[in-house]
Design a protein around this ligand. Structure first.
Ligand SMILES: [Zn+2]
Length: 507
């Protein structure tokens, strides 16, 4: 299959041919990102999920009512050729997009989110084409609008191609955004490729940039990405999600289905350690240092990843991930992407062999994001608690299960010492600082979930989360979606808790 795929890459009409085999894959994967902390704390990341989906041609027409434009079937397939110049920190990208109008109204343009141009001038679009026809486009900071050559009717498809150059900034301009940046030992590519914005209620869903937290809301897409590395130093290796094939010297191919994004980290001295779950899911940690302490920290991160992925699979349901890659990020935060998460070097370096540590907590958090973001996504700018509160409470659930002696430590050290307050269902725009944001959304969020568990009882509480994980898989969920899974008596039993923690307690 790889041969067919790559042959089609070089043909004139690439997409229809190349995605036929890809679409036979069943998995659909999702992912998300997370920024956690302020001082002592790190940020969580997430894992991706894939579920079986029908082929686009089998998708029934969506009715024009409640579920308008909410068809979660993968509507976009990307084929990417990227040449990464490691000396110049520049990338030349050819990106083919196969897009199906998932909505109920015809489209005259596509809106692509170009997160990499958050720093204006980082992305230079050279052309947009449909076949041989050049298309007019405008790039205004993170928004790339492409005029379509014809009206695109609902469920109709179109193939487009983009050519652009990306300048990767040095980590340090804004360290918290180090998931797209380079240091001496690492070049990170998170949110580096344009994605078509989701359609919701007849509009493109793109939120304004938030200074704190995240603001992405992305539908799952399929990815076939070829990476050529130029001016590569000795010892270079790539950490990326999905099925990886080394095609030639300095050339790699990645296949990833139903993923919210495609991310990558290129390291000049990665140490790799790996294991697998009983179901065959591959787990890998790519770390930066090679001292005995560094390697011990990496081994611990892998162990936490294994325990977390195993536990969350039981609690929330299995994910169709082939691999989950944890990368030690050379920046002070964690961040989740589909099938790949960053955990900060700060937590690797500070690990002294004690499980009561940020390395344990944040690794668990980021792993949980594969369910809460990767699989079940949310509008992160508007309702960040839907992934962050669940990922944070997942930290506690792992300790409760595997390190029960650390439960009290976790509540005191992770939550109570910050005396958190604020509404759990706050958006990302209303906070003056990161600490207040974390306190309200993450920490009060964990407290709320723990109280809901007392209100409902363990069986009903975990059944609720499981049903949410199942129904939300591949979707961008809202607060209404999760609350609507409680019946009348459960809503009554949780009313006081919702009134205590939420700005809008009534679903
Ligand atoms: Zn998080």
């Amino acid at each position: 299959m790889n041969g067919l795929v790559w042959k089609s890459f070089h043909s004139a009409s690439i997409l229809p041919v190349m995605f036929r085999p890809v679409s036979l894959f069943l998995a659909s994967l999702v992912l998300g990102a997370c920024t956690l902390l302020d001082q002592p704390s790190p940020t969580p990341a997430r894992i991706a999920t894939a579920t079986a989906r029908p082929l686009p041609s089998q998708v029934p027409q969506v009715s024009v009512t409640a579920q308008e434009e909410a068809d979660p079937e993968t509507a976009v397939k990307h084929v990417v050729h990227a040449a990464v110049d490691m000396a110049r920190h520049e990338i030349s990208v050819q990106q083919e997009l196969h897009y199906r109008n998932p909505g109920v109204a015809p489209l005259t343009e596509l809106l692509l989110l170009v997160e990499a141009n958050r720093r204006a001038g980082s992305v230079e679009v050279e052309h947009a084409r449909a076949g041989e026809m050049s298309l007019s486009f405008t790039l205004e900071r993170r928004r790339l609008r492409i005029r379509l050559p014809r009206m695109l009717q609902p469920n109709d498809t179109i193939d487009l191609s983009l050519s652009f150059r990306l300048k990767v900034p040095p980590i340090g301009d804004d360290e918290y955004l180090g998931w797209l940046g380079y240091s001496e030992q690492q070049l990170n590519l998170g949110y580096w490729l344009p994605v078509v914005a989701p359609r919701r209620q007849g509009e493109w869903l793109v939120r304004e940039t938030a200074d704190l937290g995240e603001h992405a809301a992305q539908d799952p897409a399929d990815w076939l990405v070829r990476i050529d590395v130029e001016n590569a130093p000795e010892g270079l290796s790539l950490a990326g999600p999905g099925i990886v094939t080394k095609v030639a010297d300095w050339r790699w191919q990645f296949e990833l289905q139903a993923a919210r994004d495609f991310s990558l980290s290129i390291g000049t001295n990665f140490q790799r350690t790996a294991t697998e779950l009983a179901d065959g899911t591959q787990l890998e940690v790519y770390s930066l240092g090679n001292s005995p302490d560094d390697l011990a920290a990496a081994a611990w991160a892998l162990e936490v990843t294994r325990r977390g992925a195993a536990l969350f699979s039981v609690l929330y349901g299995t994910l169709p991930l082939e691999r989950l890659v944890v990368v030690e990020g050379d920046f002070p935060d964690g961040m989740e992407f589909s099938g790949l998460v960053f955990v900060s070097r700060d937590w690797f370096e500070s690990w002294k062999g004690d499980p009561a540590s940020y390395l344990t907590v944040i690794t668990a958090h980021e792993v949980a994001h594969q369910w809460w973001y990767g699989s079940v996504a949310n509008d992160q700018a508007v309702a960040p608690w839907l992934d962050e509160a669940l990922a944070t409470y997942s930290e506690f659930l792992l300790l409760e299960s595997d390190f029960p002696e650390l439960q009290d430590w976790w509540w005191e050290w992770r939550v109570d010492r910050f005396a958190p307050g604020g509404f759990v269902d706050s958006d990302v725009y209303g906070f003056a600082n990161r600490r207040d944001y974390i306190n309200a959304v993450y920490l009060q969020g964990a407290r709320m979930l723990h109280q809901l568990r007392q209100d409902l009882g363990d069986d009903a509480f975990f059944d609720w989360l499981r049903r949410h994980a199942e129904q939300g898989a591949g979707n961008i969920v809202t607060a209404d979606d999760i609350w609507s899974l409680l019946d009348e008596s459960q809503l009554a039993a949780t009313l006081e808790t919702r009134q205590r923690f939420l700005r809008n307690p009534d679903p």
